[in-house]
Design a protein around this ligand. Structure first.
Ligand code: HEM
Ligand code: HEM
Length: 338
């Protein structure tokens, strides 16, 4: 905790050489996307396991709070991706290090250049939706719907601390490693160092493709538009206008016998879960260096969270969404907005 406070105060006091600020922005954007990813994978799995709950989740997303959040999310993904590419480039071209400050400014410029047209297109969808006089959930309901997630995260933290205490009692607490040791240290850490770079490169086309499909081509509000064509299916229609049918149409599409969107989403799921939670481990262990118990608990927390999300996400991807699930979603939507 003390080290977290020191980081924040020192960052502000240092008043930002661009390198320092890009480090902070990279960290904050990564954390923001991890947080969204937790909600998103759990919610998406409900399309298979609890169709009526998925209807509520999508209704929450189609509210002003999340609409604003989606602009921040897209900005965070774009900045983190472009800055990640900068980090990777200079890691493999250290003799060009003297240009890294200038490159950090180019990262900001490229981010803005990408975001301007994307935001204009997204804003078009937002205007269409809010001008159509939609039924929107109240802020209280939207916030209440997120509370179980907070409960789940708190439970995972408690379990992680308990495991760490038990491990400490059995095996004894050894001294903690410094960040420097983390980067240059064991073969496992060298593996993760390379993995963060390779996975980052692979995630760029996958996540940009996913966001283009959802935000620009389809538009997040048209996921629930009855009679609209479903993006990436060659013109299949979402007859019921439920988000459950939208996913069913995409996941059930076969090209040469292969459910391509299930494979696409699996690649995204596996890479982002491993990259995001290993990144979260870097951040959380940086701030718990002084306590072996807490530091180990942070590692367990990341392992628990990644395992839960991979299990739920994969379970949904290999599950079936049948006509019964779509009917349940239709009923739930009718009850939500009678
Ligand atoms: C607000 C922006 C987003 C929207 C509206 C959105 C929408 C969706 C939808 C509708 C699905 C269902 C499957 C499909 O139709 O392909 C899905 C699945 C998925 N999305 Fe997103 N997505 C967003 C952002 C993201 C981001 C930023 C990531 C990665 C960091 C991500 C990762 C995934 C993954 C891994 C799956 C598969 C989940 C599973 O296995 O159950 N999404 N998304
Ligand atoms: C879009 C493509 C992406 C690229 C090119 C990328 C690249 C990188 C790189 C190079 C690092 C530094 C790793 C290190 O310190 O050894 C990193 C860290 C991180 N990434 Fe990503 N990443 C991407 C997507 C994501 C996504 C989707 C998430 C969230 C689910 C994420 C979360 C994180 C976190 C939390 C860190 C740790 C930040 C820190 O230590 O300050 N990244 N990323």
């Amino acid at each position: 905790m003390t080290s977290l406070v020191t980081t924040v105060t020192e960052t502000l006091r240092y008043r930002g050489a661009i390198g320092q600020w890009s480090w902070v922005l990279h960290r904050v954007s990564g954390l923001g996307v991890v947080l969204f990813f937790v909600l998103h994978v759990i919610d998406t799995s409900w399309a298979v396991f609890y169709p009526e709950k998925y209807v509520e989740a999508i209704a929450s997303y189609q509210s002003p709070l999340f609409t604003i959040g989606e602009f921040f999310l897209v900005a965070a993904v774009v900045y983190h991706a472009i800055n990640g590419l900068r980090i990777i480039f200079f890691d493999y071209r250290p003799h060009l290090w003297r240009y890294q400050q200038r490159a950090a400014i180019y990262v900001l410029i490229i981010t803005v250049v990408i975001l301007i047209p994307v935001f204009i297109l997204m804003f078009g969808h937002v205007l269409n939706f809010y001008n159509s006089n939609p039924q929107i959930l109240g802020l209280g309901e939207v916030i209440a719907a997120q509370l179980p997630f907070l409960g789940g995260m708190a439970a995972a933290l408690i379990v992680a601390i308990l495991f760490s205490v038990i491990y400490g009692l059995i095996a004894g607490d050894t001294s903690t490693k410094s960040v420097g040791e983390r980067n240059s240290g064991s073969p496992i850490e060298r593996f993760w160092w390379s993995f963060m770079r390779i996975s980052g490169l692979l995630i760029v086309p996958l996540v940009f493709g996913h966001l283009t499909i959802m935000h620009v081509l389809q538009g997040v509000f048209d996921i629930t538009a009855a009679g609209s064509t479903v993006v990436g299916t060659g013109g299949v229609i979402n007859e019921t206008g439920t988000a459950v049918e939208f996913i069913a149409n995409r996941w059930n599409l076969l090209i040469a016998g292969v459910a391509i969107w299930r494979f696409y989403d699996f690649a995204l799921l596996a890479l982002v879960a491993a990259h995001g939670f290993n990144g979260l481990r870097y951040v959380l262990t940086d701030y718990t260096m002084s306590s072996p118990v807490l530091r180990r608990a942070m590692v367990y927390l990341c392992v628990i969270a990644a395992t839960v999300l991979l299990t739920l996400g994969l379970g949904a991807l290999i599950g079936t969404i049948d006509s019964g699930a779509i009917e349940m979603a239709q009923e739930a939507a009718a009850n939500l907005h009678p």
